[in-house]
Design a protein around this ligand. Structure first.
Ligand SMILES: [Zn+2]
Length: 181
């Protein structure tokens, strides 16, 4: 199941073809419509999420570039109130930045954390995922990264009812037993 776009209009989108991992897009020459196309050069772009290929038509010699983006299904998040929304990486990152303010956690570490959470979510193969499941994945990793950030994130996320449960969570983290409730 491949879709290929190599017309002028689509070129404006930046990514021309969508492929599944391990597959190569089927491409026709823009000039002569021949499908006898040679790949001259390939390289990963967008942190391995896309492949840029320089191609040449064997029939007419025309050269052009395609960008193939790995196709991922849209992930739907079911919120606690039952409402659904599209998974939003930027939103998750923003929440994490907030939790990590004035800590030693770097933005690269957070990007990696979100990467691995995303990987895990997509590898489940489910189209819908509960926001609580995402929260647990994040907290599990954040606890290993930074205690303060973890407690801040957890306090927003779990909405501690009172200061006692907050302190209990904090002491569990300090003992290395962050898996609570
Ligand atoms: Zn051609």
């Amino acid at each position: 199941m491949l879709s290929t776009f190599n017309g002028k209009r689509e070129r404006l989108r930046g990514f021309l073809a969508c492929v599944f991992p391990g597959e190569e897009a089927y491409v026709k020459c823009i000039q002569c419509q021949s499908d006898d196309i040679k790949v001259i050069e390939s390289r990963d772009v967008a942190e391995g999420q896309a492949i840029r290929r320089r191609r040449m038509c064997n029939s007419c010699g025309h050269r052009f570039t395609t960008y193939e983006r790995l196709e991922r299904p849209q992930l739907i998040v079911i919120k606690n109130d039952g409402k659904r929304e599209l998974f939003n990486r930027a939103k998750l990152l923003a929440g994490l930045y907030q939790a990590c303010e004035k800590t030693v956690v770097t933005s690269l570490e957070l990007e990696k954390l979100v990467d691995s959470v995303e990987q895990e979510l997509y590898s489940c193969g489910e189209q819908e995922v509960r926001s609580s499941a995402i929260g647990e994945l994040v907290m599990d990793q954040l606890a290993r990264l930074n205690e303060v950030a973890y407690v801040r994130f957890a306090s927003v996320y779990r909405r501690f009812k009172d200061i006692a449960s907050f302190e209990q969570e904090l002491s569990l983290v300090k003992q290395g037993k962050h898996i609570a409730a």
